[in-house]
Design a protein around this ligand. Structure first.
Ligand SMILES: [Zn+2]
Length: 414
């Protein structure tokens, strides 16, 4: 299995200059290779292979001062990157390659370069951990979480964010296989995602939506300031950076929340059931806020799926049709407009929070899909929780789990 580990670099001013210089040589090489690609196609009527263009690198170094300053494997990955982009393009355009559509990269659009297989290592220098990059520098790095000992580091990509910060992302391979999901999952959970509550699960935990209104307000304020600055001036550039920082801050907080929430479910349970958003998306009429929310759910589910695989937890995406309308206790469907927050079944009298009822339906469909013997005593019949713990986002973000002792127990109805 492959894992990605991302860390912040702490480059000095001299390091920054070198990083930028290498980045720009890579960018120029990218543009040059694109030029060669077009030239070759004009001459030969077909595209050159990646090997052909890579084999031109040694000759290039004879007349291109500076190219030799960059580690040779890094240069090779630049050529690979162009071919990757080409592949992506050909997938879009089934009728032949549209090379003409690959664009030259201005500095703002070329932010990273990659050491593959060799030329980099983590080291200790003068009491601090550094990322040692061949032909570049030893750059201090903040390892806020450890890389597992058995992780085999295959490559590292260093990237400059629009804020000016540099990050290093390691691609690591683990030799150990992920654990097989257990055949008889004992701890199972269904999760209903929503707009009012971010997630509502069958263990009676409701996680509130992330409140980023302060961060959003700040972003808007900085954007307004930017619009008053003269385009291209020093102040404009400074302000543009501030706006980029606001964006990065929002993004970081959102990801952090989703990482922690998905970690929690993947580690805590043997089976996790959610709704299949691909089906759900087609059923619901698109509206703007709905689409934004559904993009965030997608991210959440994809993190959850990958972490479940890592932990040996079953991940099931079930058909979402009617999960809200159906009674989790007897299966009878009743219409329920969005503003009705309570489920109250006219057929069997079962009452529950609307989202809890949906979560139970998601779980029982998930158990059916996996075909595990959980049905003897349906959880719905035996263990429906009567009330719900509402958990603040702060709790998830600070502790990484919504189930720590200090749950704020409060009934969920209003
Ligand atoms: Zn019922």
């Amino acid at each position: 299995m492959y894992y990605a580990y991302k860390y912040r670099l702490k480059p000095s001013d001299a390091h920054r200059e070198e990083l930028d210089r290498h980045r720009d040589i890579c960018r120029q090489l990218y543009n040059h290779t694109l030029y060669r690609l077009n030239e070759y196609q004009d001459e030969h009527g077909e595209l050159p292979s990646m090997t052909t263009l890579r084999s031109e690198l040694p000759d290039l170094k004879n007349w291109w001062d500076g190219l030799s300053d960059v580690y040779s494997k890094v240069l090779q990955t630049v050529v690979e990157r162009l071919f990757d982009n080409l592949k992506g393009l050909s997938k879009l355009k089934e009728n032949g390659y549209g090379v003409g559509q690959l664009k030259w990269k201005p500095p703002r659009e070329f932010r990273s370069f990659t050491y593959n297989q060799s030329g980099f290592k983590l080291d200790k220098k003068g009491g601090q951990t550094v990322l040692s990059l061949s032909k570049l520098a030893d750059i201090p790095i903040r390892l806020h979480r450890a890389i597992p000992d058995d992780a085999n580091l295959k490559q590292v990509t260093v990237k400059k964010e629009p804020t000016g910060e540099w990050f290093a992302t390691f691609g690591a391979q683990m030799d150990r296989e992920p654990p097989e999901p257990t055949e008889n999952p004992e701890k199972c959970v269904g999760i209903d995602v929503g707009i009012l509550k971010y997630a509502h699960d069958t263990d009676g935990t409701a996680v509130e939506s992330l409140d980023l209104s302060d961060e959003r307000e700040r972003l808007e304020r900085e954007q307004r300031k930017l619009s008053r600055k003269q385009h291209g001036s020093n102040n404009y550039e400074k302000q543009r950076r501030r706006v980029a920082e606001c964006h990065a801050d929002l993004r970081r907080k959102r990801r952090d929340f989703l990482h922690k929430l998905s970690n929690y479910y993947a580690r805590e349970y043997d089976l996790v059931a959610v709704e299949d958003l691909n089906v759900k998306g087609m059923m619901e009429s698109p509206s703007n806020s709905r689409n934004t929310a559904s993009a965030a759910w997608r991210t959440f589910f994809s993190l959850l799926e990958y972490k479940c695989e890592r932990e040996g937890t079953h991940f099931v995406a079930v058909n979402p049709r009617g999960t809200t309308k159906e009674c989790a206790s007897c299966g009878v469907s009743t219409e329920k407009p969005l503003w009705v927050r309570e489920h109250s079944c006219p057929a069997c009298g079962f009452e529950a929070d609307r989202d809890a009822n949906a979560a139970w339906n998601i779980l029982s469909r998930g158990l059916q899909d996996v075909g595990v013997g959980y049905s003897e005593s349906t959880p719905v019949e035996t263990a429906l929780p009567t009330d719900t713990d509402s958990v603040s986002v702060k709790r998830v973000v600070e502790t990484g789990s919504p189930t720590l002792k200090e749950r704020t127990a409060s009934a969920v109805s209003e």
